[in-house]
Design a protein. Sequence first.
Length: 439
Amino acid sequence: MMRLKERLSEKIKAERPKVTKLTKELGKTVIDHVTIEQCIGGARDVRCLVTDISYLDPQEGIRFRGKTIDETFAALPKVPGSEYPYVEGFWYFLMTGEVPSVEETLDVVRDFKDRSKVPPYVFDVLRSMPKDSHPMTMLSTAVLSMQKESVFANRYATGMNKLEYWDPMYEDSCNLMAKLPEIAAFIYRYKYKNGKTISSNNDLDLGANFAHMMGIAKPYDDVARMYFILHSDHESGNVSAHATHLVASTLSDAYYSFSAGMNGLAGPLHGLANQEVLRWIQAVLNKMGGKPPTQEELKKFLWDTLNSGQVIPGYGHAVLRKTDPRYTAQMQFCQKHLPNDPIFSLVNMIYKVAPGVLTEHGKTKNPWPNVDAQSGVIQWHYGLVEYDFYTVLFGVGMALGVLTNITWDRALGYALERPKSVTIQMLEKWAQEGGRKEA
């Protein structure tokens, strides 16, 4: 048994008694109340999901296993000659909550290489799809086509103790995570580069190999490492993470579950936001005849956008009430590697002007930029100009978090998710009575 899996097994055994006690001895403890607004409004802020992988604080931003983004980047072993950590070491960290040593990290690097070969039929499936299929449709289909490989499904069919469920889920999650970079790169090259795909190089770590298969030179390997880590997890309440968790709660395997999560990520209100930001930024430049606007011209454009009933893409967040630390991390990369990029310069100007306009407008709870306000700019700078592919990149990064989460869901025996529905008539009745009376 490799070191990560052995350590994970020890952690699971330590955590199970805590969940049992919380459920059986303390299960009646009230931790929240639900309003009609929350009921109708998508269960916003209802505390009814559990994950130790990450936590999103409205003021502080995301913490991965208790560490901020800066702390995470500083703590994890870095690829030699790189500014950023191994993605594989981050996987170990998410799985166990422990910072791996260099040797433990390289152990995962080797393990992923052993698991990374994509079955040839997956590429046959992708080639059989219409060339103009959306890349997210292709990603979801490719993942789903591999369901026949599921270790969990095969072992469940032959019978096993439920305390062992986490083991094959872990195997499926590792197998899928190791293969996703090549699948994503294949989709990109097949769809946008006349089918001229690039074979995997097993001498490279995950981030560098992805850059190699995409055909993009350094420092895009660091872009890949940074991007995948920053987009890995944002609690369990976002649509793609929740959809993955929800499907997995039925004891579906990682392939069914992750494919469902990617279908949610493809929605315009979720993973498509980064391409909407870039499209809007370029519209600003086009309106100005290709020249950078002055701050006054930009301010007018922002007000025109808001007054026409549109939003300023990349600003605002469902939870955060400050600048997204993921935005800041990417901005720091841009300041070092593409300080004179005209689109990045405009992004910086928007950062200076937009919060004031949004605050004055008064209809945005959070006038600060989120991760999407910056991420598309970096991809565009390095030649990845196909907007539709950006969400696939998001999906590969998100796999790190959601696959870790469903492994732990299975380990701790979290229940089939089944919320209770109510009718509009019931809500109206309770509103008239001043609230629902407990039975």
